[in-house]
Write a protein of this length. Structure first.
Length: 270
């Protein structure tokens, strides 16, 4: 009887060891989520806790659309321009910052029946800027991979070992194929409840760049990706009108990790 009990105990120990080894083996075969997950993707809880929006602070500067402006009740939008403004312009595929070089011409808007002031740059200008710390000279930039970022799409950029992802969400209400001026066909979506977020590997935060309740026959597009403030981190310029009778631009400036947001918009409806 004693021999039988000892034998049973030995068998039990072998069985327990086999189960333990099997359990350890199964655990080691699980994927390492820390090493395989996207380094630019925050967890749901982290994202909700760290979602921030860049500061829109006019005391830090302004941006200005190079275009024609209507004069309402003798208010002249072009009066803000002076020698402190810079010009972000393109020349032979390279971007530069220089002191704004322009002239203002008087005109008349037949649609609205009001006088106008038109700002005409002597360069191929993208935007006028009045920001602290800007320096004249060539501006590093990267090629725009996808200009329009539709809901559920994302675009990634790498620059100076920094990785940045722009991620879009929203509702596509309808889709159609449009033909542009050059005869090229492209898909266009009517979008509502749109949000564009910014995620980087240099800070554990997801930033909400902007949101639009409804786009009316237009959509956002990326106009420039480069280092305007020369801090080694990418800045972005977007075209972001909410309807077809509006021109609007948005500048996201990384600003050494203390990001800033600047907006300018002009309505030209009748």
């Amino acid at each position: 009887m004693n021999i039988f009990i000892v034998f049973s105990l030995i068998l039990g120990l072998f069985s327990l060891q086999a189960c333990t080894n099997s359990s350890v083996k199964q655990h080691r075969n699980l994927p390492d989520t820390a090493s395989t997950s996207d380094s630019l993707t925050l967890s749901t809880s982290d994202s909700a806790a760290s979602l921030t929006s860049p500061k829109a602070d006019s005391s830090q500067g302004q941006i200005f659309l190079v275009r024609s402006y209507r004069i309402w009740e003798k208010e002249d939008p072009t009066a803000v321009l002076n020698k402190e403004w810079y010009d972000l312009y393109e020349e032979n595929g390279q971007y530069y910052l220089g002191k704004a070089d322009y002239e203002v011409k008087d005109g008349f808007d037949d649609c609205a029946q009001v006088a106008t002031k038109s700002v005409e740059s002597r360069r191929n200008s993208l935007l006028f800027l009045k920001l602290k710390g800007l320096k004249v000279g060539a501006v590093e930039h990267v090629k725009i991979s996808h200009s329009e970022i539709w809901p559920k799409e994302s675009v990634a950029y790498s620059f100076n070992n920094y990785k940045i992802k722009l991620q879009a969400s929203g509702t596509i209400k309808s889709t159609e194929v449009q033909t542009d001026e050059k005869g090229h066909e492209k898909v266009f979506h009517e979008v509502a409840d749109y949000k564009l977020s910014y995620i980087s590997n240099y800070e554990n935060k997801e930033k909400l760049l902007f949101q639009v309740d409804q786009y009316d026959d237009v959509f956002m597009s990326t106009l420039f990706v480069g280092d305007i403030d020369r801090d080694g981190i990418l800045d972005f310029i977007f075209s972001n009108p909410s309807n077809y009778e509006e021109e609007a631009m948005l500048l996201f400036l990384s600003n050494h990790g203390k990001s800033l947001l600047f907006e300018a918009e002009v309505q030209f409806d009748c």
